[in-house]
Design a protein around this ligand. Structure first.
Ligand code: CDP
Length: 219
């Protein structure tokens, strides 16, 4: 059963695409960003300092969280998640859970920043989903407005650029395209178009891996 790695920068559409791929292929799905957000939320609730690696590591203990908790997606938690994800110790503490998920018998889809490079370097298909910073800022702005929050385009764009910079230049597991990843630029695609293109790319790659036409679930 296939393992599908979906990586990319903030608001590129990778989460929506990964979730849709999982549904389409009948595979379990993990949003690995939620793990970093859960650590950030713990730290925030305790009033811990994100600049203190040891405090961030302590916030990884007993990481129970409700994926539907709206606080996980709040702006302060997003900013802290980006800051604590640079720590080697934090990444190491979250590694096993992600690798176990990727290694389960039934296959899996995972989305994040380092799935194709660190978590599942042998994934059957790797997608790198991207879009221009301006398009991503517009999408994030819409998302915030839908949640009843006010923001300015220029601020959102600056935040996206800052996060890109931090995610791509960090020493440990930076955001980068795996050499064997397929790039999907969603700048000019709407949600349905992006999902359709992702399904097409993934199915073509899986079919190429099974040239005799054996079905995915076949013996
Ligand atoms: O959807 P968005 O990109 O805003 O955030 P996310 O995917 O939920 O990730 C939240 C933060 O966790 C990001 O800023 C990344 O720095 C970090 N992250 C990471 O370092 N590695 C991952 N595999 C997933 C997320």
């Amino acid at each position: 059963m296939p393992v599908i790695a979906v990586d990319g920068p903030a608001a590129s559409g990778k989460g929506t695409i990964a979730r849709a791929l999982a549904r389409h292929l009948g595979l379990p799905f993990m949003d690995t960003g939620l793990l970093y957000r859960a650590v950030a939320l713990n730290l925030w609730r305790w009033g811990g300092n994100p600049a203190d690696e040891f405090a961030a590591l302590r916030a990884c203990d007993e990481l129970g969280f409700d994926p539907a908790d709206p606080e996980l997606r709040s702006e302060p938690v997003s900013a802290i998640a980006s800051r604590i994800s640079v720590y080697r110790s934090v990444r190491a503490a979250l590694l096993q859970r992600q690798q176990d998920f990727a290694a389960q018998d039934g296959g899996a889809v995972l989305d994040g920043r380092d799935i194709g490079t660190v978590i599942a370097p042998n994934a059957d298909v790797k997608l790198f989903v991207t879009a221009s910073p301006e398009v991503r800022a517009e999408r994030r702005l819409k998302e915030l407005e839908q949640r009843g929050m006010h923001a300015h385009y220029e601020d959102v764009l600056a935040d996206i650029r800052a996060r890109d910079q931090r995610d791509s230049t960090r020493e440990v597991a930076p955001l980068e395209r795996a050499a064997d990843a397929i790039v999907l630029d969603t700048s000019k695609l709407d949600v349905d178009g992006a999902i359709a293109e992702a399904v097409r790319l993934v199915e073509a790659r899986l079919a190429k891996a099974q040239p005799n036409g054996a079905s995915r679930s076949g013996p």
